[in-house]
Design a protein around this ligand. Structure first.
Ligand SMILES: CC(C)(COP(=O)(O)OP(=O)(O)OC[C@H]1O[C@@H](n2cnc3c(N)ncnc32)[C@H](O)[C@@H]1OP(=O)(O)O)[C@@H](O)C(=O)NCCC(=O)NCCS
Length: 181
């Protein structure tokens, strides 16, 4: 099926709230979003503004997933943007997440010619996201113990990945030098 990526529009607010509230996001921490919070965030530019851009992942005409790019205003100062990638429950495990990460990587490196790297962090037990990073050319760069608050007071480790423009261009991943001490 054809997958397309469409920038969030002002008229999407209710769809956005439905998507974020009605789906389950087991790896996104204990915060539960409500409709008013989503509306307020839309007004404040949290999803689309100077610092962020959000895209629907459209599959078979349906809003199947969401990509939010943020920290974009740091890019001219040498910073690396981050992203939040969410595939709706009914669409997971069918290649959409992997394709979306390849798409957003291409989008960011093309939109921002000065950009050197893109970063992403996930919870240690998010096996699907970790596989998605690796198969899209991202390299594990960081492991933060007890850094990710979960349900019921539990904490998880967080793992950080990144892709370099030079690796993206060459198609060859260069891991960090871990044996430098
Ligand atoms: C994580 C997520 C984006 C992955 O997207 P997806 O469409 O489900 O995954 P894909 O079908 O593209 O598979 C990508 C890789 O993950 C693996 N994978 C998919 N589901 C998996 C699962 N439940 N457990 C382990 N590995 C899994 C696939 O085998 C594939 O690995 P490969 O490239 O080595 O073959 C998606 O599942 C999701 O949105 N989950 C909930 C939100 C979330 O956790 N987002 C990440 C926040 S940091």
């Amino acid at each position: 099926m054809d997958t397309t990526y469409r920038r969030l529009a002002a008229s999407d607010t209710d769809y956005l709230a439905d998507f974020l509230i009605n789906e389950s996001w087991p790896f996104h921490g204990p915060t539960v979003l409500d409709r008013d919070t989503v509306r307020r965030r839309v007004r404040e530019g949290f999803y689309d503004g100077d610092d962020s851009r959000t895209f629907w992942i459209i599959e078979g005409g349906e809003r199947a997933g969401l990509i939010r790019l943020f920290d974009l205003s740091d890019v001219p100062h040498g910073g690396a943007p981050l992203f939040d990638l969410r595939i709706g429950g009914a669409h997971r495990g069918r290649g959409l997440g992997g394709r979306a990460l390849v798409w957003l990587t291409h989008y960011l490196f093309t939109e921002f010619p000065e950009l050197r790297r893109i970063e992403g962090t996930t919870r240690q037990d998010n096996r699907a996201m970790r596989r998605t990073f690796l198969s899209s050319g991202y390299v594990k760069e960081a492991h933060h113990r007890d850094a990710w608050p979960g349900e019921g007071g539990r904490v998880h480790d967080a793992v950080g990945y990144a892709i370099l423009r030079r690796d993206w261009l060459s198609g060859v991943t260069t891991p960090p030098d871990w044996n430098d001490e």
